[in-house]
Ligand binder design. Structure first.
Ligand code: TIU
Length: 223
């Protein structure tokens, strides 16, 4: 076991690359691409698109190092039987989850908008975890996939930082994983939420985890 360390806040994180996983949260067309559900709701997707290049570089470094990579997608079965009615009704949207949106039925598995953007598309051997909730551990086999590989450290990227990334980091932290979030590989439709979400993770001595950036993590993985 060779321990490496990543420059991070609130302090350096020691990790074993062979027991670490890169988790790409919900880099789906409907959240990230112009013309998708996110933009339809009036959001500026360019804020989310700024993560694509750092995520692409970090993904490439993780793949080169042979690190375990997992992708997640938020969405539901076509018959919506795994979507809580409360989630579907939330917001009172004219066009919401399960309805026909600009890129197919919104957050429904198998639809064009539900899939992962081509820049970060999974390759063979990288599991895709379909999740019905915001957190990647809720009602999925993610914990089993990680435990079977004796994973200890999670590098968590994706969108949005205050919703699915935060929920996943909190869930992972409670399950005993050490979670580190590269600040440039996560984003929010609201810049203030991006800043505060990261502050929350690293406050109080790293109450949920660590915050770093793609360059520092790539340096640690490759070094
Ligand atoms: N993936 C994820 O964060 N799902 C959301 O619904 N996020 C929003 O910020 N709406």
């Amino acid at each position: 076991m060779t321990l490496k360390s990543i420059k991070a806040e609130p302090y350096e994180l020691e990790f074993d690359p062979s027991r670490s996983a890169l988790i790409m949260i919900d880099m789906q067309r409907d959240f990230v691409e112009p013309g998708g559900f996110g933009e339809m709701l009036g959001n500026d997707v360019s804020l989310l698109r700024s993560t694509i290049e750092p995520c692409r570089r970090l993904l490439a470094a993780a793949r080169s190092a042979g690190m375990f990579v997992v992708h997640t997608r938020e969405g539901h079965r076509p018959d919506m039987s795994d979507c809580p009615p409360a989630k579907r009704l939330r917001g009172g949207l004219e066009c919401g989850i399960g309805d026909k949106g600009p890129m197919g039925r919104i957050l429904v598995r198998g639809e064009y908008g539900h899939d992962i953007i081509p820049e970060l598309y999974p390759i063979e051997g990288e599991p895709v975890v379909d999740k019905p909730g915001k957190g990647a551990f809720f009602a999925t086999d993610l914990d089993l996939l990680l435990r079977n590989r004796e994973i200890q450290t999670l590098i968590v990227c994706g969108v949005t930082v205050e919703v699915c990334v935060h929920t996943t980091v909190r869930e992972g932290n409670d399950r005993g994983y050490e979670c580190i979030v590269p600040s440039d590989c996560v984003a929010s439709y609201f810049p203030e939420f991006h800043r505060v979400a990261l502050e929350m993770i690293k406050a109080q001595g790293g109450i949920f985890g660590w915050v770093s950036d793609s360059d520092s993590i790539i340096e640690a993985i490759a070094g």
